[in-house]
Design a protein around this ligand. Structure first.
Ligand SMILES: O=C1C[C@@](O)(C(=O)O)C[C@@H](O)[C@@H]1O
Length: 139
């Protein structure tokens, strides 16, 4: 089983960035444990701060992989093109947010991705990624 994890802008700074909101673990550290939790899954990790690169990656994996876990970062709230890319592909997508976007500024309550995703997990920290993987495996 092949699952792609796609992280959007500023998520390369997890662990350093606003640790009170996003925690003090980097994604790279967390990813080691995540892979150990699901030995039967072949993971591919991609992070970019560039909207078009995220769309290219969604298109690249979106017709052959078994699942995509995406945290689109700030593009969640602004990018119609990212939502369109998720609507265009056949691979199921689970949207993850480390923080509880519904308990923060109003602009974070809007997502151009949620309606195109199988489901959304928000506010459970990095654990959201493992829950998303479980959902993709069990569906
Ligand atoms: O960059 C991010 C991270 C985020 O997607 C999260 O994981 O909580 C929430 C977004 O609002 C924010 O722009």
């Amino acid at each position: 089983m092949q699952i792609a994890i796609i992280n959007g802008p500023n998520l390369n700074l997890l662990g350093k960035r606003e640790p009170g909101i996003y925690g003090s673990t980097s994604f790279e550290e967390y990813f080691v444990g995540l892979q150990a939790m699901f030995p039967a899954v072949s993971f591919h990790y991609f992070q970019s701060n560039v909207e078009g690169e995220l769309i290219n990656e969604i298109q690249r994996v979106g017709f052959s992989y078994d699942g995509i876990v995406i945290n689109p970062g700030g593009y969640t709230h602004t990018s119609i093109a990212l939502g369109d890319a998720i609507a265009a592909i056949t691979t199921p997508v689970v949207e993850v947010h480390v923080s509880n976007v519904h308990a923060r500024e109003d602009f974070r309550k809007i997502s151009h991705v949620s309606a195109k995703a199988k489901g959304t997990i928000a506010g459970l920290g990095l654990m959201g990624y493992e829950l998303a993987v479980r959902a993709l495996i069990e569906k």
